[in-house]
Each structure stands twice: as C-alpha cells, then as structure tokens.
Design a protein around this ligand. Structure first.
Ligand code: 5GP
Length: 176
C-alpha cells in the first residue's frame, strides 16, 4: 500500500540549506576540533550531507548515538531511551548534536542534560527541522534548517513506522 506524499522540501532546497549550515559551522569551528553526534536513526541522511559541507579547517570526528523516543506511532511517549552510546569520551571536546527534527523538545533536552554530565568543552544543537507548535520544553537550537507547521513529515532519514527514510525529499503524508 502506498500513501499520498506532498513535497514540503525538495532535495534541491535541502541541499541549498544544508550547504549554508555547513558554511556557518565551518566558520564557527574553524581551526578547532569538533565531535558531530548523529542522533540515530532519523538524522543519518542529514548528518552525512552536513558532514560533507563542513570544510577541512574543522578537525571533525563523527559519533553515532542511538535514541528511541517513539514506538511505531507518531506521538512522543516522553521517554527517551539510549539504544546505542558514543564510542569515545567527549570530555573537553566541542560537541554538536545533529537532530532531524525538534518536535516537543523532550529528546534534545534529555540529551543536553546527559551530555553535560560528561564534561564537554561545549555542546550545541543543529536540527534540520523545528515544529514550534508542539513545543513542551524550550531548547536552544544553534543551527536550524527550517521551521515547519504541525505536520508529520517523512523522508531524508525521517520515517513513518520505519518506512520512507530513503526518500530524497521531505514530504507530508496526506491520505485525506
Ligand atoms: P521530540 O522529542 O522533540 O518530541 O521528538 C524528536 C524525535 O521525534 C525526532 O528526532 C524524530 O525522530 C521524531 N519526530 C518528531 N516529529 C516527527 C515528524 O514529523 N516525523 C517523523 N518521522 N519523526 C518525527
């Protein structure tokens, strides 16, 4: 069975915005070490594209953090479970958490608290999308791709019950 998908951001629009974010991050962390933390699974595509537009002035290392905040549904349970931890310490390191979307803010807020206990030099947040209509906790987003309305979006790494992560664009499922 396939759903109707309306394109919200085309792959060209995504590439253009990600390039701008990469330039900003390159400038901010030039001549420094940076740990890019890809929050799995949703941000794997965004992180892969973002990493390739952060230039060689940044001494970059990439870590993966497995997080599960939803079951098979589309509502946050409010419970954030770490399913896979970082492989190396982040003590005294500059850290940039890369998220696909900040929705209620619960996941990022939990990760910021967790990371602070590990004594990094700094922790900042980069999110491709932000859905302010659903905020439950205000979290700082230092680098943001796009602000969106209250739609459930898929594609470019984002899933619906594990499906659609492979779409090269961001779409809204529209079965009306
Ligand atoms: P938060 O904890 O901010 O409510 O949610 C963060 C996580 O929920 C995101 O990393 C993402 O995995 C999931 N999420 C929130 N909104 C959406 C959405 O519109 N589409 C999809 N596919 N996942 C979402």
């Amino acid at each position: 069975m396939s759903d109707n998908l309306a394109t919200l951001f085309s792959s060209e629009q995504l590439a253009e915005r990600v390039t701008v974010l990469g330039a900003e991050i390159s400038e901010a962390y030039a001549n420094q070490k940076l740990v890019l933390v890809c929050v799995l699974k949703g941000s794997f595509v965004f992180t892969a594209d973002l990493a390739r537009v952060i230039d060689e002035r940044v001494n970059l290392r990439i870590e993966f953090l497995g997080v599960q905040s939803y079951g098979e549904g589309t509502e946050s349970t409010g419970v954030v479970q770490i399913t896979q931890d970082l492989t190396k310490s982040i003590e005294d390191e500059h850290v940039l958490i890369v998220e696909d979307i900040v929705d209620t803010g619960l996941t990022i807020s939990h990760l910021l608290e967790l990371f602070k206990t590990r004594k990094p030099a700094s922790v900042k947040v980069c999110s491709l999308l932000h859905k302010p209509a659903r905020t439950r906790i205000d979290v700082p987003i230092d680098y943001l791709g796009f602000t969106i309305e209250d739609h459930f979006v898929v594609g470019y790494g984002l899933d619906w019950a594990q499906r659609y992560r492979n779409l090269p664009f961001i779409g809204v499922v529209d079965n009306e």
